[in-house]
Design a protein. Structure first.
Length: 367
């Protein structure tokens, strides 16, 4: 049996302080947590890159993903082994998706991916606020482009490395694509990825691509949803239709929520993800990094995201699934999000700070 001098695993959750939580998921292959000191001292994006490299290696081990099978449910035609998912943004290019799937998630969302590769915003663009269990990012959809993602997912599917874990793709537009032509970017990504993923997410709510959030409103939203829905139906002719979800911002007023809900129903979307990062700095206003541009994620969003989910749940049809995301860091917060009307939940920032044992804790302890 291979012996692992496992410093590489010591970097997995270098973003924050979650390294000491990494023991359980990998102990089954003799991996030990040898150095809990590591990495919160590393610059966040460097730590991110090292973690992705380590997870990529982990994903090459010769066994299939085994998600925790607690709280199974079927939504928009997909069978989820458990209701705990990883939100988009961690694995933008599907480099580490097989490794992430091995950590027990019921589903993993990759991306945001755009048709063409783009570098994103200048560095530094990722900031830790550990006192608030929060991050600020202004990444700007940095990714290698949809064809690179297609190659990786195709190889993993052919080797059966993702069986048992639902894989979603979070789709965006290139920065230099005019808003009037944004639908073209989303439909192009759909066309390339539809045989390889279990659902699509339309990301119209990132605050880090200029003008993108305008697509959540009015005629812009209606036009875009018409075109992507048309593509969804065309791709599904003669086979399964890949579900189409919309991801919204937490910075929405009641009228915005009502109008978006109307469009979701009118265009027969398959689900909603609430929410993305926020521009509000109220809770972290005194922090030295609070003036950094970008979206805030983590614990400061707990109440706001849950409130948005509650409001959409009251308006949307009961059978339309909602994925709740934002500030979920323990069993009580996960259960509260489900009680607010979410059918599934996603984590991101808390996973960075707390590590993979959080996945097991949530999967095994929520109703």
């Amino acid at each position: 049996m291979l012996k692992w001098d496992i410093n590489i695993f010591g970097y997995f959750f270098a973003f924050g302080d979650g390294l000491d939580q990494f023991v359980s998921p990998v102990s089954r292959v003799g991996v030990k947590n040898t150095n809990p000191e590591i990495t919160s001292r590393r610059p966040p994006e460097i730590a991110h890159e090292v973690a992705i490299s380590g997870l990529r290696l982990f994903g090459r081990l010769p066994w299939r993903a085994q998600p925790y099978t607690c709280g199974k449910r079927t939504l928009f035609g997909c069978e989820f082994a458990n209701p705990i998912g990883l939100a988009a943004g961690l694995d933008k290019d599907a480099i580490a998706v097989a490794g992430l799937a091995r950590l027990g998630f019921g589903f993993v969302e990759v991306g945001t991916v755009t048709p063409r590769a783009q570098p994103g915003n200048p560095r530094p663009r990722l900031f830790r606020l550990p006192e608030h269990q929060a991050l600020i990012n202004r990444m700007g959809f940095n990714n290698q482009g949809v064809l690179a993602m297609v190659r990786r997912l195709d190889a993993l599917r052919r080797r059966d490395r993702l069986a048992g874990t639902i894989i979603g793709a979070n789709l965006g537009k290139n920065k230099d694509t005019p808003l009037a032509e944004a639908a073209r970017d989303y439909t192009l990504c759909m066309e390339h990825l539809h045989p390889l993923v279990d659902y699509f997410t339309l990301n119209l709510s990132s605050p880090n691509t200029p003008g993108l959030r305008q697509l959540q409103h009015g005629d812009e939203l209606s036009k875009l949803l018409y075109e992507v829905k048309e593509m969804q139906q065309r791709l599904g002719q003669g086979g399964a239709v890949t579900p189409l979800l919309l991801k919204v911002a937490p910075d929405l007023g009641d009228e915005d929520i009502e109008r978006i809900a109307e469009q979701i129903v009118a265009h027969e979307l398959d689900g909603l993800i609430a929410t993305n990062t926020t521009l509000d700095r109220g809770i972290v206003a005194e922090h030295r990094l609070s003036d950094e541009a970008g979206g805030l994620s983590g614990a400061p969003l707990t109440s706001a995201s849950r409130c948005i989910v509650q409001k959409f749940r009251r308006i949307l049809p009961a059978e339309l699934p909602i994925i709740g995301v934002g500030g979920i860091s323990n069993v009580d917060e996960a259960q509260a999000m489900l009680n607010a009307g979410a059918n599934l939940i996603q984590i991101y920032t808390s996973f960075i700070f707390k590590g993979p044992n959080l996945v097991r804790s949530l999967a095994q302890n929520i109703a």
